[in-house]
Design a protein around this ligand. Structure first.
Ligand code: MIG
Length: 684
């Protein structure tokens, strides 16, 4: 059952495509204050709270206060409250479990057993929202009904599942070529190279620097011949520069967000002074979306949308305020208080609440101050691109992922989880975040593997890739000025190659499971408790995940670990892909048809410890399930989806069946019966 309650005057967010009629009965479960801004509920002793999508901390969200307000925070850690997305869906796992979605695009806070360990206190800035209450037998049943409510998740083209190499610092064609040459020389698989802001002419959206990328169209075509896709970045801010047609058109037609006095709001971002297109207005979306055609007509078929929280380094007003404060400090003899104030001052003008309250959006017959609908901005930038693609290429999938998001955006594109750090704790965060993202509809998602900020290390990158081979969006990305982070930079090339190849071997399974999850509102990544709701210990496990119907994952996320403890809710077949070197000394080694060595061992339900050396990848097959593996290839275009070799754990059964999904990887006829085949493993 899904019940909608509506309060005040909510804006139309589009999160729920077909809204059930609103009920006029009292809102169950929560105590709601008369001003409609605070919802309180008491939490049972062992109650688990799931959800919130892109957020910090655990799968169980209990014990922290989270704020939904899309934020550019490249230094996030345990004490952070907001990340790049805002996903207001949570599920309470209690005697009678229920879920709740607050469709509210302004700032909201979820204090889940933080200030009071036994209470969940949810606050908003105004009462204007739709609140959806969902019940069901289990938390997973509730998640599935929520997913049905919010509509089918975005499906990328097949090449979007191929490996992506990125770095802020590939400035020109020569830089890209060097990377591609190394990939070829080291025989590493690859589908995509991302182009960060330097490909543009002075950071102007939809331009390409002719110095850095001469004959761009030919170059794109040449790469496509080699089965490499170039994936350019698009930023939210439009550079203020007369003669730059995107600026001129936006200015002339009034497409930019305006201040109270009716003048265009100015934000300082990479191009310098910019204006923000008012993506909430359908006319502006159409206009901006069609600008992507300049690049699609040059052969580009994938994009990443950045800086769309929107992130702002400064505004004219912020700079002015800072200037005055600095002058005040220096107008007299400097004291310690003044000195320390200076340090924080310049940082405080970036992404400041004052700036988010200083510009407006016109849509749906209303005028909304930005901060009241903040979380819809990046979502609507992505929607602008997706709608334009749908109009021009109705039969073709394009790759699209965004940094900022809100529930609803999951129908238009994927998300990467923004700027993380090359820290082991962020590898663990990536692991814990995946199921929460899936609960909120974001199936095509992933983190910057190896970490964006700070220097990575070879072991961190390798361990991270060993988890990353399972995330649909699999991208190695790093920040300007950090240590080079391509997989071939760290010696140990054989381990990196086998890991990346394993991604491509697993592609038949990953693609099948992704498509089934998208078409049938399932989660690709699930907490163990979703599959074993009766198992009290499974509910405690936060560092293992169910992945599709056949696998359990137990990644290694600690430096210098040689293995880890694993909890098996039932008997499982432990598979470990090992190096050729280890294969020489190991007993009971088996080989895939092409000679890839692995060991397998049935393990009984319960607690166990597994050894996993730095160059090994572990996975677990559930009883009565199978894992199809493909012959390796160096990109998705060369993969043969019929080359399946089956690893199975019959566990007594004579036969194991698997529902296998394949299609051409670009068209949209997803539910054609010919896309589904049954693979059968027969014992013996
Ligand atoms: O202020 O385009 O999250 O992936 O490399 C930084 C440069 C702007 C932030 C993105 C990151 C990208 C970077 N961008």
């Amino acid at each position: 059952m899904i019940a909608r309650y509506t309060f005040g005057t909510p804006v139309e967010t589009g999160a729920v495509p077909t809204k059930p009629a609103a009920l006029s009965t009292a809102l169950p479960f929560f105590e709601r204050t008369a001003d409609g801004q605070k919802y309180t509920l008491s939490l049972g002793k062992d109650e688990i709270v799931y959800g919130l999508g892109e957020q910090i901390r655990g799968i169980n969200k209990r014990g922290w206060s989270y704020t939904s307000f899309c934020a550019d925070n490249p230094h996030h850690e345990e004490g952070t409250h907001s990340l790049y997305g805002a996903h207001n869906f949570i599920v309470f796992d209690r005697e009678k479990p229920f879920g709740v979605f607050f469709d509210y695009p302004g700032e909201m806070t979820f204090d889940i057993g933080c200030s009071d360990p036994n209470a969940c206190i949810i606050t908003a800035k105004t009462p204007d929202m739709d609140v959806y209450i969902l019940d069901g037998e289990t938390p997973y049943a509730i998640v599935k009904s929520f997913r049905r409510l919010i509509g089918q998740s975005y499906i990328p083209p097949l090449f979007g599942f191929g490996f992506q190499q990125s770095r802020w610092g590939y400035k020109c064609k020569e830089d890209v070529e060097k990377v591609l040459e190394a990939y070829t020389a080291y025989d590493l698989p690859l589908d995509n190279v991302c182009l960060d802001i330097d490909y543009m002419d002075n950071y102007k959206d939809f331009t390409v620097s002719t110095d850095r990328f001469p004959d761009f169209k030919d170059y794109v075509a040449e790469k496509r011949e080699e089965n490499i896709h170039l994936i350019p970045i698009i930023d939210a801010g439009v550079k203020i520069e007369e003669g730059y047609d995107v600026y001129d058109e936006g200015k002339e037609n009034g497409y930019f967000c305006k201040k109270e006095d009716g003048t265009d709001f100015v934000a300082g971002v990479w191009p310098g002074r910019t204006h923000f297109p008012d993506f909430l207005d359908p006319t502006v979306r159409k206009w901006f979306g069609e600008k992507y055609y300049r690049l699609t007509e040059a052969g580009i078929d994938g994009f990443w949308n950045d800086m769309n929280e929107p992130a702002m380094f400064y505004s004219d007003e912020g700079l002015e305020r800072a200037k005055q404060q600095i002058q005040a400090v220096f107008s007299k003899e400097i004291d310690i208080k003044g000195f320390f104030a200076l340090g924080g001052l310049m940082n405080s003008i970036s992404n400041s609440p004052a700036d988010y309250a200083a510009f407006y959006h016109e849509f749906d017959g209303i005028r909304a101050r930005h901060d009241t609908i903040h979380n819809l901005f990046g979502y609507n930038m992505t929607k602008a691109a997706a709608e334009a693609f749908e109009r021009k290429y109705p039969d073709r999938r394009l790759l699209l992922y965004s940094r900022a998001s809100y529930i609803g955006a999951h129908r238009y594109g994927g998300i990467w989880t923004g700027d993380n750090m090359s820290w082991w704790s962020h590898l663990l965060l990536n692991i814990k975040m995946m199921p929460s993202l899936n609960m909120c509809g974001f199936l095509y998602s992933g983190a910057d593997l190896g970490g964006f900020g700070a220097d990575t290390s070879g072991d961190l990158l390798l361990r991270w890739l060993q988890f990353g081979i399972f995330t649909p969006l699999m991208r190695d990305h790093s920040a300007l000025g950090t240590l080079d982070q391509e997989p071939y930079r760290f010696g140990n090339i054989d381990a990196f190659r086998r890991t990346l190849q394993l991604r491509y071997r697993l592609m038949g399974y990953i693609y099948s499971e992704f498509m089934k999850a998208a078409l049938e509102d399932e989660c690709l990544f699930r907490p163990l408790a979703f599959d074993y709701p009766e198992d009290a210990f499974a509910k405690r496990v936060e560092d293992q995940l169910m992945f599709g119907e056949s696998l359990m994952l137990a990644p290694i996320y600690e430096q210098n670990a040689k293995g880890r403890y694993v909890y098996l809710p039932e008997d499982m077949l432990f598979i470990k892909f090992i190096s050729f070197e280890t294969a020489q000394s190991e007993r009971n080694v088996e080989y895939l048809e092409d000679g890839t060595p692995f060991v397998k061992q049935p393990l009984p339900a319960g607690h166990t410890y597994i050894d996993v050396a730095l160059d090994e990848v572990p996975l677990f097959i559930r009883p009565g399930k199978l894992l199809p593996l493909l012959r390796p290839a160096n990109n998705t275009a060369e993969l043969d989806f019929s080359s399946t070799e089956l690893l199975a754990y019959p566990h007594g059964a004579k036969e194991v069946a698997y529902r296998y999904y394949t299609d051409d990887g670009v068209s949209k006829d997803y539910s054609s019966p010919s896309n589904f085949k049954t693979l059968i493993y027969t014992k013996g």
